[in-house]
Write a protein that binds this ligand. Structure first.
Ligand code: COA
Length: 159
């Protein structure tokens, strides 16, 4: 049976840490849906359409990856996409605590949905989209942390 996984997040913006998780997920599953959340709890720098467009550009060379936006429950998207796996990257114990709680609640909402954690590569363990935005805001160099198209978009947005 073909395995379809969803990799959800806010991706404000997508970083090399996210990219590393996507590259590894691509090898594990037949197809990967990168799901860009509207995220009502965060105030993103990029609106949802911009985050989707940037992720699409950065991921254009991955044949088995698609990018979608979503609003509402992740389990509803999983049902709509007919995906039975959620992939999440885990950077630390703090992430693990948050992620196990979310995975547990998603399992209660949709028992057949499995969440799989991939440990973040050590190169990206300290990275977050917030820190990337903060470094860029203070004229720091973000080129090692994000794909080139995203570096350009962040610089342009903050100009
Ligand atoms: N490397 C580097 N950084 C990483 C990373 C990795 N591998 N994985 C995550 N991060 C960072 C992100 O950049 C992000 O940084 P930020 O907080 O500064 O923005 C942070 O870790 C966590 O972000 P992300 O992985 O994008 O998750 P999120 O917490 O923004 O998104 C949703 C969470 C959208 C998946 C979750 O809220 C959701 O499913 N919402 C839908 C509603 C729903 O179903 N709710 C019920 C859930 S039980």
């Amino acid at each position: 049976m073909r395995k379809k996984a969803i990799y959800p997040g806010t991706f404000d913006p997508l970083t090399n840490g996210h990219l590393n998780i996507i590259q590894r997920a691509c090898k594990l599953f037949d197809s990967v849906v990168v799901a860009v959340a509207k995220s009502t709890s965060k105030t993103p720098l990029f609106d949802m359409q911009e985050r989707v467009a940037l992720a699409k550009q950065a991921l254009a060379s991955y044949a088995n990856v698609t990018v979608v936006d979503f609003e509402g429950l992740l389990v509803d998207l999983a049902q709509q996409q007919q995906a039975e796996i959620i992939v999440r990257g885990v950077r630390s114990i703090a992430d693990f605590e948050y992620e196990t709680q979310m995975a547990g609640m998603n399992r209660k909402l949709m028992p057949e949905l499995e969440t799989i954690f991939l440990t973040t590569h050590s190169d990206w363990a300290d990275l977050s989209s917030t820190l990337v935005r903060d470094i860029a805001r203070h004229q720091g160099n973000i080129s090692t942390f994000v794909p080139a198209n995203i570096e350009q978009a962040v610089l342009q947005k903050l100009r």
